[in-house]
Design a protein. Sequence first.
Length: 318
Amino acid sequence: MSSRYSGNSRSRTKPKGWRAFLSPGWIISALLIVSFSYAAISMLAPWQLHKDDDIVARNEQITEAFERDVVPYAELFDASGQIPSSQEFFRVSLTGQYLPDSEVLLRLRPVDSGPAFQSLTPFELENGQIVLVNRGYESSEGTIVPEIEPAPSTPVTITGFARKNEGLPGSAPMEDSGYTQVYGINTEQISDVTGLDLGTDYVQVAEGEPGVLNPMPLPQMDRGNHLSYGFQWIAFGIMAPLGLGYFIWAEMRERRRDKAEREQMAELNTLEPVVETPEVVETAEPTITPAASKRRSRYGDQHRNHYEKISKRDQERF
């Protein structure tokens, strides 16, 4: 057989069947894709869908709050000043007076995409219970405290929205520009800095009520894109293993094609006749005599043709 086909016998044999996919590259790829699909379907998709459920429930609560009549504070809040989560944003009325000497400012909480300070002022009801009231906000230039109109000290009746207490902020309260400033609306922390026994939840004053600054806007009723994001994560979780299956199928198809080509080449090698290489016969070099050697040194390897000049003259003559 010709030597040009001898390399086929030395070619490395590829793993056959599913053993071809037991390489580190395929195993790592499969683990990553399975992990991604699990996270997308069991974690990321539910996270977005739950956010959509929360927004829908909040929008329904706000809609229901405006459909209901305003109720007195004692009918909505319990003795500890707490409300169920399902009653947040319900409208409530309070009768009593502000305690402006215990006012606290909420800092670093933007409103309408701009820096602002919010006024958190305790409000004492007629029965002696003290409620934290968010009077609204004043826009500011960075962290500079703007001029804030003090709350009226005379008895008033105000209407607002019931709000749930926030978690404890990560930063401690600070004193600046004559105000105690906090980083979150946490009634336990504000109780500590004011020395007052505040109710658990608080009230956000509505527009046009006594003592209100710029009223805090209610959450937008826009549902957002969380539902579509949730479905997208589910789709990604399904498409990822399908993509892996496609690449496995493509690899197996390519291996079958390569196997068929190698079988065809092997068949051609068996049918092709062997080409015999002719032997090269080496001829002996002529022996150079001393006379020939002298003539070669004078005239070179070629012999002088003494009849060449005569032949040229005859051609020119005729």
